[in-house]
Design a protein. Structure first.
Length: 569
């Protein structure tokens, strides 16, 4: 039975195991489904949960919005400057409309694609969004589905593309009613979150359609330009055609129908180029994939951290390998994993197929105290980090606030109403704190922040008053100049990995990167040093951090102050 408002309406069976009402249901109607005489449950494909994930669903007409982006021709995420944004903490208001009002800052910065963290409806008001349970709905605290349409439309009007983070590998524990409706999960496979989504067992055809229809709906009805797929290595699928390949084909057809490019960005720790190999060539057909190895190489070198997965990183040699070979573990032994990992990436594969970063929601939020790299790095090392991100031949992504060296941390937070679930999350974070050795980094007696405390969310919210003041303004200007230089310099924007070489001297603490005719010279050391420019002629300083001396360019190289970087061409 369907419950439409206060009325019970019978459902009739149709082909394929589906059920439908005999009468049309107008937009704005609250409804739910009663299974075998039980209490009403939200629709698995609910488009709107205005009163939370346990309450009735509400119909929503996606075609009612008057779009103004008819002139938008789309954007290829490959090679674009991406900006990861969490709606709830990007502004004090924590809404899509408030975020839209701040997009002029990103345009001035030179960002090309805004990547929203998950907006699918999740329990409570505050959270990261990776415990979403109504994958077709937009979190009401963010403004609901109409606000997402306004955001995308407004972003397109400013020349910005919009990508959305979607989670298909698991659902959150609270408000997850999918198993009541069909075989959405299976015990044939396991994931870090328990039972896997049923992609290859009995009844999996409709589960796969549930995922693919959801992806196409975001792109078609909400005019999104790309999707970021969370942890695709947890999408366990032994079918003849993997779900990702089927999804890539469906999105390709959608792009043809819409007449604009659409992207799929996969988060994967498999270090396998098959992820971005076209389906026609036997691959999974993703447009791009996250590459954590570049992050680890930069972070470990500049911070000196070696705990956890940083155990394999931190050397100048590892940095050079990451910047040229994409993956550090490309068929070699991983100390952290305890096994041989990954596969080599052929040189003719564009670096633009790999999204790299120096900080992300994961890398900051999963630290013991949610502290950003800026909390531990000097201004000079922050500038070096920015240059390594924005002058190398990948698709760069910033995490909100990174561009002005935000002083606010970004911590893990949830808002579960169930006391036992809330306590289990607290206990789990405390165990992780100990297992990762965070006490050694932060000091004895330091405890992880309470993920359920409203103060944790408040502390994680960006402080826009920082922008334009002191060292924040100095860092912001450098990011802006780097992005502008990248935009107007073909050799820097290029994804041709064959045109990139990296030289270094660990003892003298310098790195020299050649990107075609451009040279990026870096002095990581604590003293002024002349970085050699052997074989480079007719160079001038295009951009430098810190004031370079008048005689910076010498017959031997470029004289750089301690902890600084210069781009020459």
């Amino acid at each position: 039975m369907a419950q439409l408002g206060d009325r019970l309406v019978p459902l009739r069976a149709v082909a394929g195991g589906w059920w439908e009402t005999a009468e049309p249901v107008p937009p704005g109607t609250d409804y739910g489904f009663r299974l075998d005489g039980g209490d009403p449950l939200p629709d698995p494909r609910s488009p709107w949960q205005p009163n939370g994930v346990h309450a009735p669903s509400r119909t929503f007409d996606t075609g009612a919005y008057a779009w103004t982006d008819a002139g938008w021709r789309g954007i290829d995420v490959r090679g674009s400057v991406l900006y990861e944004l969490h709606v709830g903490t990007f502004t004090a208001e924590g809404t899509l409309d408030a975020a839209l009002a701040r997009l002029g800052h990103l345009v001035d910065l030179g960002v090309e694609v805004v990547q929203l963290m998950p907006v699918a409806a999740f329990p409570g008001r505050a959270g990261w969004g990776y415990d979403g349970v109504d994958l077709y709905a937009v979190h009401e605290a963010y403004g609901g589905p109409a606000a997402l349409q306004r955001f995308v439309d407004g972003a397109h009007g400013l020349g910005l593309g919009v990508a959305l983070d979607v989670v298909y590998n698991h659902l959150g524990p609270s408000g997850n009613y999918l198993s009541r409706f069909g075989p959405y999960f299976t015990d044939r496979h396991e994931t870090p979150w328990g039972e896997a989504v049923n992609l290859d067992g009995p009844g999996s055809a409709e589960v796969r359609a549930f995922v693919i229809d959801n992806a196409v709906r975001w792109l078609r009805d909400f005019h999104l330009d790309a999707l970021r797929l969370d942890a695709v290595h947890a999408l366990v699928d032994d079918s003849p055609v993997h779900l990702l390949a089927e999804l890539a084909t469906a999105v390709g057809h959608c792009a043809d129908d819409l007449g604009r490019p659409l992207g799929l960005i996969a988060e994967s720790d498999l270090n396998d180029v098959a992820m971005v190999t076209p389906v026609a060539d036997g691959g999974l057909g993703m447009t791009a994939q996250w590459d954590d190895d570049v992050h680890h190489a930069i972070h470990a070198l500049l911070t000196g951290e070696r705990h956890g997965y940083y155990a394999d990183f931190g050397s100048y040699e590892t940095l050079a390998k990451a910047l040229t070979d994409v993956f550090v573990h490309n068929g070699e032994f991983s100390t952290f994993r305890g096994q041989v990992w990954g596969a080599p990436v052929p040189k003719d594969v564009s670096g633009h197929a790999f999204v790299v970063s120096t900080t992300t929601h994961d890398q900051v939020g999963n630290r013991g105290r949610g502290d950003r790299p800026a909390a531990r790095l000097s201004e000079g090392r922050q500038a070096i980090s920015a240059a390594l991100l924005l002058t190398t031949g990948f698709t760069p992504m910033l995490f909100m606030g990174e561009e002005w060296s935000a002083a606010t941390p970004w911590m893990f937070f949830t808002d579960h109403a169930e006391p036992e679930l809330a306590q289990s999350i607290r206990d789990g974070r405390a165990r992780e704190f100990g297992a990762h050795g965070w006490a050694e980094l932060y000091g004895a007696g330091v405890q992880p922040p309470d993920p359920q405390a409203p103060a944790t969310v408040t502390a994680s919210t960006l402080d826009w008053d920082e922008v334009g003041h002191g060292h924040h303004a100095r860092i912001l200007a450098f990011y802006r100049d780097l992005i502008a230089l990248r935009a107007r310099t073909p050799d820097l924007r290029s994804g041709d990995r064959r045109a990139t070489t990296v030289d270094h001297d660990a003892d003298a603490q310098w790195v020299r990167i050649r990107r075609g005719s451009v040279v990026v010279a870096i002095n990581v050391g604590p003293e002024e040093f002349v970085v050699p420019l052997t074989g480079a002629t007719d160079l001038r300083v295009l951009l430098g951090w810190d004031d370079l001396p008048p005689d910076a360019l010498t017959a031997d190289g470029v004289r750089l102050p301690a902890e600084s970087v210069a781009v020459l061409g």
